[in-house]
Design a protein around this ligand. Structure first.
Ligand code: ZN
Length: 238
């Protein structure tokens, strides 16, 4: 085990020398032991601390009166003009699938001690329409989910729900029109999970919660279904 760790460490040092990795927030060179974000940037990331109150926070509130949820955690506050926005932009549009895995892994490691993953049976990343996956090369939520899975040992179920309508780009529509449109965008593709299953949905950024609500509704007929939500960020309406 120790030899393995030493070998990985030596290998990372070599990789770092040949192809230096940069912090996704400030672009400074990462140390071999750092992942995605350098230590000073990591320290200043706008954390929500929602894991302290996973049932009552601004993310959980997005679902109240719409769908039943258990725990809801977003790791960071999404701030459009702040340095942290670089992280979200690169995750989605930067052609950096490994960044999603690294961030998911960091998120998983950070939340394990809070007990957030207790009772969860498997992870479902919020699906992206096929056309978008082709354009970007990957689904950022799926990459995050894979990272969380690496950290927690939970399984990723990425074929349970499919996005059949691409409703992602609709900035011209208001919140209610958007919610209406996204409601029929997802379809359950497999046998529903068995009664009492606890599903963890993973997404990059939650804004109105409409997309997640639509995903969650695909499972609403499952008896005693439990749904929790984990997002890398939550954007707050102004
Ligand atoms: Zn940095």
């Amino acid at each position: 085990m120790l030899t393995n760790c030493l070998m990985i460490s030596a290998w990372r040092r070599i990789v770092n020398l040949l192809a230096p990795r940069a912090c996704v927030v400030c672009n400074t060179r990462l140390e071999p032991h750092e992942n995605a974000v350098c230590a000073p940037c990591n320290l200043h990331l706008p954390r929500t601390n929602y894991a302290l109150e996973p049932y009552e926070n601004a993310l959980a509130q997005l679902f109240w009166g719409r769908v039943k949820v258990e725990k809801c955690v977003a790791l960071l506050h999404y701030q459009a003009a702040a340095p942290v926005s670089a992280l979200f932009y690169k995750l989605k549009y930067g052609n950096m699938p490994y960044l999603g895995v690294e961030l998911g892994w960091l998120m998983g490691k950070e939340l394990i001690p809070t007990g957030f993953f207790q009772d969860v049976d498997f992870i479902v990343p919020v699906p992206l329409a096929k056309q978008r996956v082709r354009q970007r090369g990957y689904n950022q939520s799926e990459m995050l989910a894979q990272g969380v899975a690496l950290a927690t040992g939970l399984k990723v179920e990425n074929k349970l729900i499919r996005r059949i309508v691409n409703t992602e780009t609709q900035t011209h529509k208001d919140r209610w029109e958007r919610a209406d449109n996204v409601n029929s965008a997802f379809k359950l593709m497999k046998q529903p999970p068995k009664a009492g299953t606890h599903v963890l949905f993973v997404d990059d950024v939650a804004t109105t919660g409409a997309t997640l609500c639509a995903c969650i509704r695909c499972l609403q007929d499952v008896k005693n279904i439990k749904v929790s939500v984990l997002c890398m960020g939550v954007a707050h309406a102004r």
